[in-house]
Design a protein around this ligand. Structure first.
Ligand SMILES: Nc1ncnc2c1ncn2[C@@H]1O[C@H](COP(=O)(O)OP(=O)(O)OP(=O)(O)O)[C@@H](O)[C@H]1O
Length: 626
């Protein structure tokens, strides 16, 4: 076959490889071994349902060999193998690689080399140390093999080749040493052994290599020097114990982080790691991670939640969505249980009782770990909250609040008095004895809410108010209704009364209110005397049902939305504007009408609602000036 050119993006990546710094180069072996292991997994999985494969799990192995003279390292596996088409598709186009795609998304902020260092770029990383690579492969079920060859930048070629057994053999020709780089190191047995232990220890297939040791042979003759002879034996270099099967105390933070970053393609270490072992009715090990930041597609429908599911170390499902609820969908991790059957079909799996038990169990563990997170490391929890808080709130509103008991303790809201995010538990613990409700106020931003006229009274009394700025917040309040038996109350509610003076008699102003209602017509539902305003002339409150924030939310979803909250115009009778209005009503009713319109427009502006007719408003203001 004629030489094929790499696709443009592959070329760029190759350049990156060739110029990468030394400490990153060593990950090439991890990448090749991990591919070999995946290929063994695939074939062993196939063997479960296809008798013609004729292999069982213990028949699989990955073998390493070195030829110092020829300067080659060979990684061979008896996994699933690749057809001509697979070679073309998988090794000809780098864009298929998960990490490269990720790198593109991260964009210019991340240095190329960082990405390589964190989790490699798959097969291509071999070009960091090699100037020629040969891949010969024979796919399960195929009659012959194919060999793929490349010198890197120039492209690649594929030819039919003799290969007797199913699997893949990758031979890389190690570059000559240069002044700065001692590539020959990689041709040393000890170096490869060291790299396998460092990066691939938990691979669940034996990684074997013929290792030569000098063995001492004692001479029969007395006083003679001992003789050493080289003895070569095949050794398994990795312990094959997956990291999650090891006792917690033996696993370092670095190992947890490296495992997470490699497995879940994240370039930052996790914010939280949870390693659990449960024995009893159902036995399992789980390793869960809370990412430090959401995946690129986290808040899109593209994102697939789920944990990797293993049965005694063998992966049976890459992403088992049933293991985590939507509210904790940001959690990444693995579950391994010997109680799950290997060849269980995926449909069956979904209804598996054991899975439900594990999922419920994990849910409690995640919750208690997040609680611990919140108290032990609040700064980082705040970061977590910034990224995933919205998801927890959605969780409260879902399923008619079925998860509210689980999630409500984890919520944070901005506090007017503390001027930072606080939990509901913290709010309640600070409540004065005579305060019966948890106050909240909704609006576009903390700054805007803080200036809402209705809450001035509470603010002056030093009452703590939770400022809610997200669309979902009001739905959360509707579901929660109370926390620790303390009801939530909107600080913007005209009838709140708790701190206001309810004995006040408004009837003296009834005719003024009637006038205002008459002047504004259907624009408002009613006009009333405010019991909450202090220094401001007017405010707008919503009647029962829809709030203004919800109205705004619907308007963003659908710009011509006719869903409107009921508008109640509240007037501050002790404000001079009210006296001016009353005087105008008797002296100049036309002007009084304009005053009413002006006050209504102001209440809309303060509430962050659009004016129906902005130019009529400016005409009105100017008209009153002259
Ligand atoms: N030893 C092998 N046996 C069978 N298929 C292989 C082998 N090595 C690579 N492949 C195939 O080539 C593809 C590309 O491999 P590569 O290492 O570049 O990327 P990846 O493993 O898919 O992604 P990444 O390593 O970035 O997570 C693999 O997905 C696999 O299909």
């Amino acid at each position: 076959m004629a030489k094929q050119e790499f696709k443009a993006e592959s070329k760029r990546l190759l350049d990156m490889m060739i110029n990468s710094i030394y400490t990153h180069k060593e990950i090439f072996l991890r990448e090749l071994i991990s591919n070999a292991s995946d290929a063994c997994d695939k074939r062993s999985y196939l063997a479960l349902t296809d008798d013609s494969v004729g292999m069982s799990r213990q028949d699989f192995a990955i073998s390493l060999s070195v030829d110092k003279v020829a300067r080659t390292i060979t990684v061979a596996d008896n996994g699933i193998g690749m057809s001509q088409e697979d070679l073309e598709n998988n090794l000809g186009v780098i864009a298929a690689s998960g990490s490269y795609k990720f790198k593109q998304e991260v964009g210019a902020d991340t240095k190329d080399t960082d990405v390589i260092g964190q989790f490699g770029v798959g097969f291509y990383s071999a070009f960091m140390i090699a100037d020629h690579i040969t891949v010969s492969s024979r796919k399960q079920g195929a009659d012959n093999g194919y060999s793929w060859e490349s010198d890197g930048a120039e492209g690649y070629s594929i030819e039919v080749c003799d290969k007797e057994t199913v699997g893949t053999t990758i031979t890389i020709h190690v570059k000559d040493d240069t002044e700065d780089e001692h590539y020959s190191d990689f041709l040393e047995d000890y170096k490869l052994q060291q790299l396998v232990r460092k990066y691939s220890d938990y691979i669940r297939f034996p990684i074997q290599m013929d290792v030569t040791k000098q063995e001492r042979v004692d001479s029969d003759k007395e006083g003679a020097e001992p003789v050493y002879i080289p003895v070569t034996a095949t050794e398994t270099l990795n312990s094959m114990v997956p990291i999650w099967q090891r006792p917690k105390a033996d696993v370092t933070d670095e190992e947890y982080n490296a495992f997470y970053q490699e497995k879940f393609h994240d370039y930052t270490a996790p914010a939280r790691t949870l390693h659990v072992g449960v024995e009893g009715n159902i036995t399992y090990k789980a390793m869960l991670f809370v990412p430090a930041q959401p995946a690129m597609d986290f808040y899109t429908t593209e994102f697939k939640k789920g944990l990797q599911l293993y049965s005694s170390g063998v992966m049976i499902m890459d992403s088992c969505g049933d293991l985590v609820g939507d509210h904790f969908r940001f959690v990444r991790g693995i579950v391994d249980s010997p109680d799950l059957s290997l060849n269980i079909s995926r449909e069956l799996l979904q209804h598996d009782r054991q899975l439900r038990v594990i999922a419920n169990n994990l849910e409690k563990k995640i919750k208690s770990d997040l609680m611990k997170f919140m108290t032990d490391d609040r700064d980082t929890y705040n970061e977590f909250w910034k990224h995933f808080g919205r998801q927890l709130k959605y969780g409260i509103t879902a399923e008619y609040g079925a998860k509210k008991d689980l999630l409500q303790d984890l919520l944070l809201f901005y506090s007017s008095t503390e001027e930072k995010f606080v939990s509901l538990g913290e709010y309640v613990s600070r409540m004065k004895e005579d305060q019966t409700s948890i106050y909240y106020a909704t609006g576009e931003s903390v700054g805007r809410i803080a200036k809402l006229p209705q809450i001035e009274g509470l603010q002056d009394d030093g009452v703590e108010i939770l400022y809610l700025t997200e669309e979902v917040d009001e739905f959360v309040m509707q579901i929660l209704r109370e926390y620790n038996e303390k009801p939530f109350a909107s600080a913007l509610d005209a009838n709140r009364g708790a701190n206001g003076d309810d004995t006040q008699d408004d009837s003296a102003h009834q005719s003024t209110l009637d006038f205002v209602k008459e002047a504004l017509g259907d624009a408002i539902a009613s006009a009333k005397v405010s019991h909450t305003l202090k220094s401001h002339p007017v405010c707008l409150t919503a009647g029962e049902g829809l709030s203004f924030e919800m109205e705004k939310y619907f308007a963003t979803m659908q710009p011509d939305s006719q869903i409107k909250a009921q508008r109640i115009l509240e007037l501050n009778t002790s404000h001079p504007s009210f006296a001016a209005l009353e005087t105008a009503i008797s002296a100049d009713p036309e002007k009084a009408k304009q005053y009413a319109q002006l006050l209504y427009a102001q209440s809309l502006l303060i509430a962050g609602l659009p004016l129906e007719d902005p130019s009529a408003y400016t005409d009105l203001v100017c008209g009153l000036m002259v």
